[in-house]
Design a protein around this ligand. Structure first.
Ligand SMILES: Cc1cc2nc3c(=O)[nH]c(=O)nc-3n(C[C@H](O)[C@H](O)[C@H](O)COP(=O)(O)O)c2cc1C
Length: 355
């Protein structure tokens, strides 16, 4: 075999490994969350859940095309498999943005058809696209044509007083025909009038049965259930009926849940919170070494995502407090995280002593 052939073969097997990692990650994913799932957050989640699929915050197609791409699409190589979520409703712009996202290395491009905020409605994208299946299909078709990674959709069950399963499944069918094989179903309606985005994640009732039925009736599609999944048992239940479970708030506020799920579903050793956090040290130190002028990274940009690591544990509150109070101070560095960890460990030691 010539050196060129060997090189090509190595490249192919790397691509295959990447593809199979991506495919396996369907079972467990962390939801796209604006202002939360930035690159620092995703690097932390990756350490906890080596097999999960991670999603970026939503970025509008226009911002990808005209904005500061290196900042908006910042991604660390350890994040794979990682999806870029786009907002928008103009097929040509979405296609351009999808192409750029794939070139930046994202493994999937996801279109937001579920966000109900006023700003998003004014821009005629997000959840109001549930009423425009033809436009979504045209967008998906243009994105599929423009990039060589899977194009997926995250949607609701409907908007406002749509309560017809047939309308929901017809929406999915129209988009599927355009080339989308995977749907994340946030299993409730979006109410476009009178509810804030936060209320829209809590008030409209959850109807997982619609997502399950969709999977039963369309076994060729990949259906991931999202919305209100709070525990390991609940997440595991969903896997009986769908291809995957996507966690948002629970993953963010109690990230150790991600680790427990990853180990339970994919195997491996359960590691302690402290071990997992210490594995983040090289990343934190590398980010801080880049200097505030160059990158604007300070410790607080990273530690804000770590606050829930000891949620519900003794010392969890002290851990949170040390990080919240110290991370914004000039010169704050890894030693602050050690200080916070030491507090949780002293509680653990006290428990052992008392036993
Ligand atoms: C702070 C925050 C920001 C969010 N931003 C987005 C977003 O950018 N795109 C999106 O599709 N959904 C967004 N969502 C919705 C989540 O992806 C998810 O669908 C929702 O929180 C329900 O899942 P959960 O109950 O597991 O949190 C956001 C949710 C939160 C809490």
């Amino acid at each position: 075999m010539s050196a060129t052939e060997a090189h090509e073969n190595a490249g192919k097997s790397l691509d295959l490994r990447k593809k199979s990692r991506y495919e396996a990650s369907l079972r467990l994913s962390v939801a796209p969350m604006m202002d939360w799932t930035d690159s620092h957050c995703r690097v932390f989640h990756r350490l906890l859940a080596p097999h999960a699929r991670l999603y970026s915050e939503m970025v509008h197609a226009n911002a990808v095309i005209h904005g500061d791409r290196d900042r908006l699409l910042a991604m660390d190589p350890v994040e794979h498999p990682v999806a870029l979520q786009l907002g928008g409703s103009e097929p040509e712009l979405l296609a351009q943005a999808a192409k750029i996202g794939a070139e930046y290395g994202f493994d999937e491009i996801n279109l937001n058809c579920g966000c109900p905020s006023d700003r998003v409605q004014a821009g005629r994208f997000g959840a109001c696209l549930m009423r425009e299946p033809a436009l979504v299909a045209a967008s998906v078709a243009a994105m599929v044509e423009a990039c060589d990674v899977p194009v997926t959709v995250k949607c609701r069950l409907g908007v406002d007083d749509d309560h017809d399963y047939g309308t929901f499944s017809a929406f999915v069918d129209t988009i599927a025909q355009a080339g989308c094989r995977m749907f994340v179903v946030h299993a409730r309606n979006a109410w476009l009038k009178g509810l804030s985005p936060k209320e829209n994640r809590e008030v409209p009732p959850l109807r997982y049965d619609w997502a399950y039925r969709l999977k039963r009736e369309r076994p060729d599609l990949q259906i991931v259930v999202n919305g209100g999944i709070a525990t390991q048992d609940e997440a595991t239940q969903h896997l009986q009926h769908a291809d995957g479970a996507m966690l948002g708030r629970a993953a963010y506020h109690d990230p150790y849940l991600l680790h427990r799920l990853d180990v339970a579903w994919f195997g491996g050793e359960l590691r302690t919170r402290g071990e997992l956090l210490r594995a983040l040290r090289p990343y934190v130190e590398d980010q801080l070494a880049r200097g505030p002028l160059q990158k604007g990274v300070s410790l607080k940009h990273i530690t804000r995502h770590l606050l829930g690591l000891f949620a519900g544990e003794r010392g969890g509150r002290a851990f949170r407090q040390v990080l919240s109070e110290g991370a914004h101070k000039p010169g704050a560095n890894w030693s602050l995280i050690e200080q916070a960890l030491a507090l949780t460990e002293s509680f653990a030691d006290a428990q052992v002593d008392a036993a």
